[in-house]
Write a protein that binds this ligand. Structure first.
Ligand code: DLZ
Length: 164
């Protein structure tokens, strides 16, 4: 990964304040050691950028496949949320589950974003093995949960500016 695309090395002054934002986080329980680290990175980053603790709604779903339904249900039942960050970790195994899950969740989350007209952030690691996942969940490639949080703040600001 190049430095330019690694948002974990970001400039905090370029990130919008989240003081008035309400954000949902949907976390898959599969590979929980990784998804918990990503969720922690996301929550810490939101708090650092002014999001009130009470304005972060965190829910869990069984696996990454369920992120789509989870995000849809969250936005349907909590319409006050400005965005949802979806966190998962799919590790390539010997079965074709990997391909089916990755395809389904990426397409599914894009559909949820269009349906609800809200930013839905894809913070799903899709790696060959556990080492690669650890490197992206607080290791040498940063923490993709941090990047998801920054992306959510930027997208909410963009939406609010365009809809003014
Ligand atoms: C079944 C499955 C497999 C094999 N691998 C993963 C994975 O690496 N990461 C993940 O988040 N979930 C996995 N799952 C579970 C599916 O996402 C889903 O929960 C089940 O297929 C039930 O719908």
């Amino acid at each position: 990964m190049t430095k330019k695309t690694n948002l974990s090395d970001y400039d905090p002054s370029q990130v919008p304040s989240g003081e008035k934002y309400r954000i949902g986080i949907v976390v898959a329980e599969w590979n929980r050691e990784i998804t918990d680290a990503l969720a922690e990175g996301a929550v810490e980053t939101l708090l650092q950028h002014g999001v009130d603790d009470n304005n972060i709604d965190l829910i869990h779903v069984p696996g990454s496949f369920e992120l789509t339904t989870g995000a849809d249900l969250v936005l349907k039942n909590k319409p006050y949320l400005d965005a949802v960050i979806c966190i998962g970790c799919v590790i390539q195994g010997e079965t074709r589950h990997f391909d089916f899950i990755c395809h389904s969740v990426s397409q599914g989350l894009a559909n949820v974003a269009m349906k609800h007209e809200k930013p839905v952030i894809f913070s799903v690691l899709t790696t060959n093995d556990m080492n690669q996942a650890q490197a992206r969940a607080g290791g040498k490639h940063g923490n993709k949960g941090v990047e998801g949080a920054i992306t959510a703040l930027k997208m909410i600001k963009l939406q609010k500016e365009l809809e003014k």
